[in-house]
Design a protein around this ligand. Sequence first.
Ligand code: 26W
Length: 816
Amino acid sequence: MFTNKTTFKQAFVDSIENKLGKTLQEASGLDIYNVLGHLIREYIGKDWMHTNKEYEAQQEKQIYYFSMEFLIGRLLGNNLLNLGTLQLVREALQELGLNLEEIEEQEHDAGLGNGGLGRLAACFLDSLATLQYPGHGCGIRYQYGLFEQKIINGYQVELPDYWLQKEYVWDIRRSDKKVGVRFGGHVISRELNGRMVYEHRDYEHVWAVPYDVPVVGYHYHNVNTLRLWSAESSQELGSYSNPADQNYYKFLAYSRSVQSISEFLYPDDSSYEGKQLRLKQQYFLCSAGLQSILRTFDKSGLSYYHLPSKVAIHINDTHPTLLIPELMRILIDDKNLGWEDAWDITTQTISYTNHTTLSEGLEKWPVHMVKELLPRIYMIIEEINERFCHLLWNLYPGQFNRIAQMAIIADDQVKMAHLAIVGSYSINGVAELHTQILKEREMKLFYEVFPQRFNNKTNGITHRRWLMHANPKLSNLITETIGHQWIAEPEQLIRLAPHAQDSSLQEEVARIKQQNKRKLATYIERNYPISIDPTSLFDVLAKRLHGYKRQLLSVLHIMHLYNQITDNPSIDMLPRTFIFGAKAAPNYHLAKKVIKLIHSVADTINRDPIASKLIKVVFLENYGVSLAEKIMPAAEISEQISTAGKEASGTSNMKFMMNGALTIATLDGANIEMQNLVGQEAMFIFGLRSEEIAHYNQFGDYQAKLLYESTPSIKRVMDQLILNSPYTRANNDFQDIYNSILKTNDEFFVLKDFDSYAAAQQRIDAEYRQSRSWLEKSIINIAHSGKFASDRTIAEYASEIWDTHPVPVHLARVHS
Ligand code: 26W
């Protein structure tokens, strides 16, 4: 159909007329997007069908990646790129007077995720399909994605992100594949023919209906599936339609509770009901996904003992850990296997990635909540716990303390990380340092029992979205310089390294960066009442707002620069634009105050006639995948300034690097591996190392107050948070920030790293003036970024964890 522009144009115009009953001239932007989207979706359909057939025929092991988050963003441009028709479609549309980039803007981001973990899942899907692995995503089709952020008077306000309001062109509802999920009720156990049987009674039954999104591999025919589940009532209003009938209200309550299961990503969990809803969502995904996997497996006619050789199930953090007891339940209760066999099968099928060492990320559920919502699952967890504690007792007789610390159920709570470790054959961290911290600190006791289970898989990002699609000019330049092999093998980017000193390449890199900066500046000026100097240094900090990520360190430093300018208006300072993007969790009070502070500082500086010539501060609302695609290509400085030991890996660091930014960073997460590749000179490293932080935490010998008292520049910015200063005006907005540093002793070592950060920033100021060596370093960064392509990460997961192989699909697709 898309062999040439003429056939494409014909199909497209026909489609507009047939579907809309309008001419092309009458069609709106959204009409055009919808029709184009459908056309491409249909075009993908054949390959999708063939892929499924091929996977079934080949019987190669299938991978299922379970995640509560899939932050996929827009699909139109990426699908066209991967299909190999981007150029053709762009030119054909141009001939019809249409601009593809503008059409892409009509697509609402699928923002079914919060941050790195969700975006990683999306990058992995892209790599799985491209590397021709039979690997599929399993998630929830939330009606509302992560909230839409609006800033009003400098404060974050959350609006619902109703991404499905306009039609979603990419998914297909598969009602015929729905499965039932049960909640609540109670379990009757009895003996039957010498075997215990368990009967679940009086439960609430909910339908899980899958919606499938095709995942297109780059330039091959593999089209994998992202299956997103939606909850639907299994009772009809029917006989309850009379409000006089008391069942009418029961029905309404039931139908409301069902609806809520797939309504919101991260419902507010500050209440008991909210927490229970989160648990319900997790079980809903696990149970529905697993039933559907086993239904496919059953078609093979193999016995369940072959499950681990045909199916790999991966859990993205602990959120889908209930897969472990759910698989046990199905094998024992439905398939009549004994405990030991079921356990062997389960623990050879499931693998787990940890993404955080922060205690808030370690999920725990109150025992009575699990019991009430999932009575049979709780019984199984109890049994797993008992057997595990028994094993520990044999290994460590008499060591009550150790066993209590490792138990899955303790202090009236179910500890999901413990269950995940005990029930999986592989546990991985997401960067070398993170894995080391898991082994030596956070999960040390478990590492001692299961050393062979622990391994590292450093994260990656898809260079197809983050370089080829987001920054086509730089991509083309790379291809002109080193040929196109890097596209299939991103580690070939290293071939740029010998050219890092070529002045012609440097000039081209600089020219492209400048164009990207202008484009971002135009976007900013169109959307915000601020003008940007596109020749200033673009310094970017864009990620979730969190204490450990230390947006506060960056703001305090900007306040410090402003103080220097007011002290000496003729100071020699390189003009900079500080660009922020960040969402704060709705109930994370302090994080929201930091957003307000960024705005107050921006207001003050941007209005100051002298300072605003040197510094501009911009906060971009509603940071998400599509905004990130605009920001990355224009960034010159990437801020990766977390408290060392806290950022498991980071992935924005990789996106910036691939787009030629230089990084100012602590030695944390994947920053360390970046530094090992590019060398110290090509990054701006500062701050305490994770061992030093651990040492201070252990001995309690860091006192923020002393540092504040002895360092005038620090005292000055801290005081400006609370005393009458340009930022505070009449209100007391920043007292809590001040207290978090001085009263509760600066948990994230902001003041401790302040001087070292300011010094690194000064090095940036000096080095940016040496434009040739800056560009050389920029090229060196791009050259080494191939390691951080998710293709490398996925190939490692496939061979070292999942033991699975590519299944090439030949057919159907015709390339331009
Ligand atoms: C329990 C609820 C919950 C859910 C999500 C707690 C915490 C989260 C985070 C948002 C998880 C997350 O996104 N972690 C990030 O994962 C990335 C991918 O591995 C890493 O690069 C980041 O360092 C890590 O913070």
